[in-house]
Write a protein that binds this ligand. Sequence first.
Ligand code: ADP
Length: 374
Amino acid sequence: MRKEAPLILIIDDEESMRDSCSLILTKEGYRTATAPDGETGLQLIQELKPDLALVDLKMPGISGFDVLERAKEIDPHIVQVVITGYATVESAVEAMKKGAYDFLPKPFTPDELRIIIRRGLERRQLTLEKEALEREKRLMEENFITMVSHQLKSPLVVILQYFEVILNGVVKDEQQKLEMLKKAKERLEGLLKLINDWLDIARMDKGHIVEKRKPLALHPLLQDILEFMQPLAKEKQVSLSLSPVAQEDTVLGDEETLKEAFSNLIHNAIKYNKPHGEVRVSLKTEPPWIKVDIEDTGIGIAKEHLPLIFEQFYRVNNKDRKKKEGSGLGLAIAKKIIEAHEGRIEVTSEVSQGSCFSVYLPQAPLTSSGEQTK
Ligand code: ADP
Protein backbone atom coordinates (compact mmCIF):
# COMPACT_ATOMS: atom_id res chain seq x y z
CA MET A 1 0.00 0.00 0.00
CA ARG A 2 1.40 3.39 -0.95
CA LYS A 3 1.55 5.88 1.86
CA GLU A 4 -0.29 9.15 1.32
CA ALA A 5 1.83 12.27 0.87
CA PRO A 6 2.14 14.41 4.02
CA LEU A 7 -0.59 17.02 4.48
CA ILE A 8 0.45 20.61 5.21
CA LEU A 9 -2.04 23.16 6.49
CA ILE A 10 -1.31 26.82 5.81
CA ILE A 11 -3.01 29.22 8.21
CA ASP A 12 -2.52 32.80 7.07
CA ASP A 13 -4.87 35.73 6.51
CA GLU A 14 -2.96 36.85 3.40
CA GLU A 15 -4.39 35.10 0.37
CA SER A 16 -1.23 35.56 -1.70
CA MET A 17 0.82 33.90 1.07
CA ARG A 18 -1.54 30.91 1.25
CA ASP A 19 -1.50 30.52 -2.53
CA SER A 20 2.25 30.81 -2.99
CA CYS A 21 3.09 28.40 -0.15
CA SER A 22 0.47 25.98 -1.41
CA LEU A 23 1.92 26.13 -4.92
CA ILE A 24 5.51 25.53 -3.79
CA LEU A 25 4.51 22.65 -1.53
CA THR A 26 2.20 20.94 -4.03
CA LYS A 27 5.06 21.03 -6.53
CA GLU A 28 7.16 19.19 -3.93
CA GLY A 29 4.55 16.43 -3.85
CA TYR A 30 2.86 17.37 -0.57
CA ARG A 31 -0.89 17.69 -0.09
CA THR A 32 -2.01 21.09 1.17
CA ALA A 33 -5.02 22.72 2.81
CA THR A 34 -5.47 26.40 3.66
CA ALA A 35 -7.26 28.45 6.28
CA PRO A 36 -7.68 32.28 6.30
CA ASP A 37 -7.89 32.56 10.09
CA GLY A 38 -7.06 30.73 13.33
CA GLU A 39 -10.57 29.47 14.01
CA THR A 40 -10.87 27.80 10.60
CA GLY A 41 -7.31 26.50 11.01
CA LEU A 42 -8.14 24.75 14.27
CA GLN A 43 -11.27 23.28 12.77
CA LEU A 44 -9.24 21.86 9.87
CA ILE A 45 -6.64 20.45 12.27
CA GLN A 46 -9.46 18.60 13.99
CA GLU A 47 -10.97 17.35 10.74
CA LEU A 48 -7.98 16.67 8.51
CA LYS A 49 -5.24 15.82 11.05
CA PRO A 50 -2.47 17.49 9.00
CA ASP A 51 1.14 16.46 9.61
CA LEU A 52 2.40 20.02 9.75
CA ALA A 53 0.85 23.48 10.08
CA LEU A 54 2.35 26.75 8.90
CA VAL A 55 0.94 29.35 11.27
CA ASP A 56 0.98 33.12 10.72
CA LEU A 57 1.40 34.87 14.05
CA LYS A 58 -0.52 38.02 13.28
CA MET A 59 -4.05 37.34 12.13
CA PRO A 60 -7.45 38.87 12.78
CA GLY A 61 -9.50 36.90 15.31
CA ILE A 62 -7.60 34.45 17.48
CA SER A 63 -3.85 35.00 17.33
CA GLY A 64 -1.23 32.64 15.99
CA PHE A 65 0.04 32.11 19.55
CA ASP A 66 -3.38 30.78 20.61
CA VAL A 67 -3.53 28.57 17.53
CA LEU A 68 -0.17 27.04 18.49
CA GLU A 69 -1.40 26.12 21.94
CA ARG A 70 -4.81 24.83 20.97
CA ALA A 71 -3.49 22.85 17.99
CA LYS A 72 -1.18 20.91 20.36
CA GLU A 73 -4.19 20.04 22.50
CA ILE A 74 -5.96 18.63 19.44
CA ASP A 75 -2.92 16.73 18.13
CA PRO A 76 0.16 16.62 20.39
CA HIS A 77 2.33 15.40 17.49
CA ILE A 78 1.50 18.13 15.00
CA VAL A 79 4.58 20.04 13.88
CA GLN A 80 3.98 23.79 13.72
CA VAL A 81 6.16 26.27 11.91
CA VAL A 82 5.52 29.93 12.58
CA ILE A 83 5.58 32.45 9.72
CA THR A 84 5.50 36.10 10.46
CA GLY A 85 6.39 39.53 9.17
CA TYR A 86 7.51 40.89 12.50
CA ALA A 87 10.21 38.43 13.40
CA THR A 88 11.66 39.50 16.68
CA VAL A 89 13.63 37.32 19.05
CA GLU A 90 10.92 37.70 21.69
CA SER A 91 8.13 36.52 19.43
CA ALA A 92 10.25 33.58 18.27
CA VAL A 93 10.96 32.54 21.85
CA GLU A 94 7.31 32.98 22.79
CA ALA A 95 6.22 30.87 19.80
CA MET A 96 8.69 28.10 20.68
CA LYS A 97 7.41 28.10 24.24
CA LYS A 98 3.92 27.59 22.96
CA GLY A 99 4.98 24.53 21.00
CA ALA A 100 6.25 25.83 17.63
CA TYR A 101 8.94 23.67 16.05
CA ASP A 102 10.63 26.45 14.09
CA PHE A 103 10.35 29.97 12.85
CA LEU A 104 10.31 31.39 9.31
CA PRO A 105 10.50 35.19 9.00
CA LYS A 106 8.80 36.82 6.00
CA PRO A 107 9.87 37.25 3.27
CA PHE A 108 11.32 33.79 2.71
CA THR A 109 12.50 31.97 -0.40
CA PRO A 110 10.86 28.78 -1.70
CA ASP A 111 14.03 26.92 -0.76
CA GLU A 112 13.88 28.13 2.84
CA LEU A 113 10.29 26.95 3.01
CA ARG A 114 11.09 23.57 1.48
CA ILE A 115 13.99 22.97 3.88
CA ILE A 116 12.07 23.87 7.00
CA ILE A 117 9.10 21.72 5.95
CA ARG A 118 11.31 18.74 5.18
CA ARG A 119 13.04 19.02 8.57
CA GLY A 120 9.74 19.43 10.39
CA LEU A 121 8.29 16.35 8.72
CA GLU A 122 11.40 14.34 9.56
CA ARG A 123 11.00 15.36 13.15
CA ARG A 124 7.36 14.22 13.12
CA GLN A 125 8.34 10.91 11.56
CA LEU A 126 10.99 10.36 14.27
CA THR A 127 8.54 11.19 17.05
CA LEU A 128 5.96 8.81 15.64
CA GLU A 129 8.52 6.02 15.24
CA LYS A 130 9.76 6.56 18.78
CA GLU A 131 6.21 6.34 20.09
CA ALA A 132 5.50 3.16 18.16
CA LEU A 133 8.66 1.64 19.61
CA GLU A 134 7.75 2.63 23.13
CA ARG A 135 4.30 1.14 22.61
CA GLU A 136 5.84 -2.12 21.45
CA LYS A 137 8.25 -2.16 24.41
CA ARG A 138 5.39 -1.53 26.81
CA LEU A 139 3.43 -4.34 25.19
CA MET A 140 6.42 -6.64 25.59
CA GLU A 141 6.72 -5.75 29.25
CA GLU A 142 3.02 -6.33 29.80
CA ASN A 143 3.24 -9.72 28.10
CA PHE A 144 6.47 -10.68 29.79
CA ILE A 145 5.03 -13.43 31.99
CA THR A 146 3.17 -14.92 29.03
CA MET A 147 6.36 -14.88 26.96
CA VAL A 148 8.46 -16.51 29.65
CA SER A 149 5.87 -19.18 30.35
CA HIS A 150 5.61 -19.92 26.65
CA GLN A 151 9.40 -20.33 26.35
CA LEU A 152 9.45 -22.66 29.35
CA LYS A 153 6.33 -24.59 28.46
CA SER A 154 6.93 -25.42 24.82
CA PRO A 155 9.92 -27.78 25.36
CA LEU A 156 8.09 -29.44 28.25
CA VAL A 157 5.07 -30.12 26.05
CA VAL A 158 7.29 -31.74 23.41
CA ILE A 159 9.06 -33.89 26.04
CA LEU A 160 5.74 -34.98 27.50
CA GLN A 161 4.57 -36.04 24.05
CA TYR A 162 7.66 -38.22 23.53
CA PHE A 163 7.12 -39.85 26.94
CA GLU A 164 3.46 -40.51 26.27
CA VAL A 165 4.20 -42.14 22.95
CA ILE A 166 6.84 -44.39 24.54
CA LEU A 167 4.82 -45.23 27.67
CA ASN A 168 1.68 -46.04 25.69
CA GLY A 169 3.64 -48.73 23.90
CA VAL A 170 2.95 -47.19 20.51
CA VAL A 171 6.60 -47.44 19.52
CA LYS A 172 7.88 -51.00 19.52
CA ASP A 173 11.22 -50.48 17.85
CA GLU A 174 13.99 -50.04 20.46
CA GLN A 175 16.10 -47.88 18.16
CA GLN A 176 13.17 -45.54 17.58
CA LYS A 177 12.56 -45.32 21.34
CA LEU A 178 16.18 -44.39 21.89
CA GLU A 179 15.93 -41.69 19.22
CA MET A 180 12.93 -40.20 20.99
CA LEU A 181 14.63 -40.26 24.36
CA LYS A 182 17.64 -38.57 22.79
CA LYS A 183 15.44 -35.83 21.38
CA ALA A 184 13.68 -35.41 24.73
CA LYS A 185 17.09 -35.11 26.41
CA GLU A 186 18.13 -32.41 23.90
CA ARG A 187 14.99 -30.42 24.67
CA LEU A 188 15.67 -30.76 28.39
CA GLU A 189 19.21 -29.51 27.88
CA GLY A 190 17.85 -26.56 25.92
CA LEU A 191 15.43 -25.79 28.71
CA LEU A 192 18.16 -25.97 31.32
CA LYS A 193 20.32 -23.61 29.25
CA LEU A 194 17.42 -21.20 28.93
CA ILE A 195 16.85 -21.15 32.67
CA ASN A 196 20.55 -20.73 33.35
CA ASP A 197 20.80 -17.89 30.83
CA TRP A 198 17.87 -16.19 32.40
CA LEU A 199 19.30 -16.58 35.86
CA ASP A 200 22.57 -15.18 34.50
CA ILE A 201 20.83 -11.98 33.48
CA ALA A 202 19.10 -11.67 36.80
CA ARG A 203 22.27 -12.34 38.77
CA MET A 204 24.68 -10.39 36.64
CA ASP A 205 25.81 -7.73 38.90
CA LYS A 206 27.74 -4.77 37.59
CA GLY A 207 29.68 -4.31 40.82
CA HIS A 208 30.84 -7.89 40.70
CA ILE A 209 32.06 -7.61 37.09
CA VAL A 210 33.87 -4.35 37.81
CA GLU A 211 35.63 -6.01 40.73
CA LYS A 212 36.85 -8.89 38.59
CA ARG A 213 38.21 -6.72 35.79
CA LYS A 214 41.89 -6.90 34.92
CA PRO A 215 43.98 -6.10 31.84
CA LEU A 216 42.86 -8.56 29.19
CA ALA A 217 44.08 -8.96 25.60
CA LEU A 218 41.09 -9.31 23.29
CA HIS A 219 42.76 -10.83 20.22
CA PRO A 220 43.60 -14.20 21.83
CA LEU A 221 40.19 -14.28 23.50
CA LEU A 222 38.43 -13.82 20.15
CA GLN A 223 40.74 -16.35 18.52
CA ASP A 224 39.76 -18.94 21.16
CA ILE A 225 36.07 -18.34 20.57
CA LEU A 226 36.45 -18.62 16.80
CA GLU A 227 38.34 -21.91 17.16
CA PHE A 228 35.62 -23.21 19.44
CA MET A 229 32.92 -22.19 16.94
CA GLN A 230 34.74 -23.66 13.93
CA PRO A 231 32.81 -26.99 13.90
CA LEU A 232 29.45 -25.17 13.97
CA ALA A 233 30.63 -22.81 11.23
CA LYS A 234 31.72 -25.77 9.12
CA GLU A 235 28.38 -27.44 9.57
CA LYS A 236 26.63 -24.22 8.45
CA GLN A 237 29.17 -23.70 5.61
CA VAL A 238 30.18 -20.34 6.96
CA SER A 239 33.78 -19.10 6.94
CA LEU A 240 35.24 -17.30 9.96
CA SER A 241 38.04 -14.75 9.96
CA LEU A 242 39.78 -12.51 12.47
CA SER A 243 41.73 -9.37 11.63
CA PRO A 244 45.46 -9.32 12.53
CA VAL A 245 46.22 -8.30 16.08
CA ALA A 246 45.63 -4.59 16.61
CA GLN A 247 48.43 -2.50 18.06
CA GLU A 248 46.61 -2.25 21.31
CA ASP A 249 44.01 -4.84 22.11
CA THR A 250 44.01 -4.71 25.89
CA VAL A 251 40.89 -3.78 27.78
CA LEU A 252 40.02 -3.83 31.43
CA GLY A 253 37.77 -6.82 31.43
CA ASP A 254 36.42 -9.87 33.12
CA GLU A 255 37.45 -12.76 30.91
CA GLU A 256 34.59 -15.10 31.71
CA THR A 257 31.72 -12.73 31.02
CA LEU A 258 33.36 -11.05 28.02
CA LYS A 259 33.88 -14.48 26.49
CA GLU A 260 30.19 -15.13 26.95
CA ALA A 261 29.20 -11.81 25.37
CA PHE A 262 31.42 -12.27 22.28
CA SER A 263 30.42 -15.94 21.97
CA ASN A 264 26.76 -14.95 21.81
CA LEU A 265 27.44 -12.38 19.09
CA ILE A 266 29.64 -14.70 17.02
CA HIS A 267 27.22 -17.58 17.48
CA ASN A 268 24.39 -15.41 16.14
CA ALA A 269 26.53 -14.27 13.21
CA ILE A 270 26.96 -17.94 12.23
CA LYS A 271 23.39 -19.00 13.08
CA TYR A 272 21.70 -16.20 11.12
CA ASN A 273 24.05 -16.53 8.15
CA LYS A 274 23.49 -18.14 4.75
CA PRO A 275 25.35 -21.10 3.27
CA HIS A 276 28.76 -19.98 1.94
CA GLY A 277 28.44 -16.85 4.05
CA GLU A 278 31.15 -15.15 6.03
CA VAL A 279 31.72 -13.91 9.56
CA ARG A 280 34.45 -11.30 9.89
CA VAL A 281 35.64 -10.29 13.32
CA SER A 282 37.91 -7.26 13.43
CA LEU A 283 39.65 -5.29 16.14
CA LYS A 284 40.40 -1.59 15.96
CA THR A 285 41.75 1.00 18.33
CA GLU A 286 39.57 4.09 18.52
CA PRO A 287 40.84 5.88 21.64
CA PRO A 288 39.57 5.73 24.30
CA TRP A 289 37.93 2.57 22.95
CA ILE A 290 38.88 -0.78 21.57
CA LYS A 291 36.25 -1.56 18.97
CA VAL A 292 35.33 -5.08 17.94
CA ASP A 293 33.18 -5.50 14.83
CA ILE A 294 31.35 -8.75 14.26
CA GLU A 295 30.16 -8.63 10.71
CA ASP A 296 28.11 -11.25 8.91
CA THR A 297 26.65 -11.78 5.45
CA GLY A 298 23.43 -13.28 6.77
CA ILE A 299 19.70 -12.67 6.72
CA GLY A 300 19.95 -9.18 8.29
CA ILE A 301 17.45 -7.45 10.56
CA ALA A 302 14.72 -5.05 9.41
CA LYS A 303 15.02 -1.48 10.67
CA GLU A 304 11.89 -1.62 12.83
CA HIS A 305 13.25 -4.57 14.83
CA LEU A 306 16.71 -3.15 15.47
CA PRO A 307 15.90 -1.19 18.65
CA LEU A 308 14.13 -4.22 20.18
CA ILE A 309 16.55 -7.08 19.60
CA PHE A 310 18.47 -6.38 22.82
CA GLU A 311 15.31 -6.86 24.91
CA GLN A 312 14.95 -10.11 26.86
CA PHE A 313 13.08 -12.82 24.90
CA TYR A 314 12.68 -10.65 21.79
CA ARG A 315 13.03 -12.66 18.61
CA VAL A 316 12.37 -11.37 15.11
CA ASN A 317 9.48 -13.26 13.66
CA ASN A 318 10.18 -14.22 10.08
CA LYS A 319 10.30 -17.39 8.05
CA ASP A 320 14.12 -17.48 8.01
CA ARG A 321 14.30 -17.19 11.77
CA LYS A 322 11.67 -19.82 12.56
CA LYS A 323 14.06 -22.66 11.77
CA LYS A 324 16.68 -21.38 14.24
CA GLU A 325 16.85 -22.53 17.81
CA GLY A 326 17.16 -19.84 20.42
CA SER A 327 15.72 -18.16 23.45
CA GLY A 328 15.90 -14.47 22.63
CA LEU A 329 18.29 -13.91 25.54
CA GLY A 330 21.71 -13.96 23.86
CA LEU A 331 21.81 -10.27 22.94
CA ALA A 332 20.25 -9.15 26.24
CA ILE A 333 23.06 -10.97 28.06
CA ALA A 334 25.76 -9.56 25.76
CA LYS A 335 24.46 -6.02 26.21
CA LYS A 336 24.30 -6.32 29.97
CA ILE A 337 27.88 -7.64 30.15
CA ILE A 338 29.27 -4.97 27.85
CA GLU A 339 27.50 -2.17 29.69
CA ALA A 340 28.78 -3.54 33.00
CA HIS A 341 32.25 -3.00 31.48
CA GLU A 342 31.35 0.63 30.81
CA GLY A 343 31.20 -0.15 27.11
CA ARG A 344 28.43 -0.07 24.55
CA ILE A 345 27.08 -2.14 21.70
CA GLU A 346 25.71 -0.86 18.40
CA VAL A 347 24.23 -2.57 15.39
CA THR A 348 23.72 -1.78 11.74
CA SER A 349 21.97 -4.16 9.42
CA GLU A 350 20.47 -4.58 6.02
CA VAL A 351 17.86 -7.23 5.28
CA SER A 352 19.29 -10.08 3.13
CA GLN A 353 22.74 -8.43 3.15
CA GLY A 354 23.96 -8.94 6.70
CA SER A 355 24.54 -7.29 10.05
CA CYS A 356 27.40 -5.70 11.92
CA PHE A 357 27.48 -5.65 15.71
CA SER A 358 30.10 -3.22 17.08
CA VAL A 359 31.30 -3.52 20.64
CA TYR A 360 33.17 -0.62 22.26
CA LEU A 361 35.17 -1.39 25.38
CA PRO A 362 37.36 1.08 27.26
CA GLN A 363 41.09 0.64 26.60
CA ALA A 364 43.14 -0.46 29.59
CA PRO A 365 44.99 2.51 31.09
CA LEU A 366 48.59 3.08 30.00
CA THR A 367 51.52 2.14 32.26
CA SER A 368 53.95 4.81 33.43
CA SER A 369 56.28 3.97 30.49
CA GLY A 370 53.44 4.86 28.11
CA GLU A 371 52.71 1.26 27.16
CA GLN A 372 49.35 -0.36 27.48
CA THR A 373 49.00 -2.56 30.53
CA LYS A 374 49.25 -6.27 29.69
P1 ADP B 1 18.11 -15.79 19.84
O1 ADP B 1 19.21 -15.87 18.81
O2 ADP B 1 18.19 -16.85 20.86
O3 ADP B 1 16.75 -15.68 19.24
P2 ADP B 1 19.26 -13.22 20.62
O4 ADP B 1 18.96 -12.35 21.80
O5 ADP B 1 20.67 -13.67 20.47
O6 ADP B 1 18.27 -14.44 20.69
O7 ADP B 1 18.82 -12.42 19.34
C1 ADP B 1 17.54 -11.81 19.26
C2 ADP B 1 17.04 -11.77 17.82
O8 ADP B 1 17.85 -10.88 17.06
C3 ADP B 1 17.15 -13.10 17.10
O9 ADP B 1 16.00 -13.90 17.31
C4 ADP B 1 17.31 -12.70 15.65
O10 ADP B 1 16.04 -12.48 15.08
C5 ADP B 1 18.02 -11.36 15.73
N1 ADP B 1 19.48 -11.48 15.48
C6 ADP B 1 20.47 -11.49 16.38
N2 ADP B 1 21.69 -11.54 15.79
C7 ADP B 1 21.46 -11.57 14.47
C8 ADP B 1 22.32 -11.61 13.30
N3 ADP B 1 23.65 -11.64 13.38
N4 ADP B 1 21.71 -11.60 12.08
C9 ADP B 1 20.35 -11.56 11.97
N5 ADP B 1 19.50 -11.53 13.02
C10 ADP B 1 20.04 -11.52 14.25
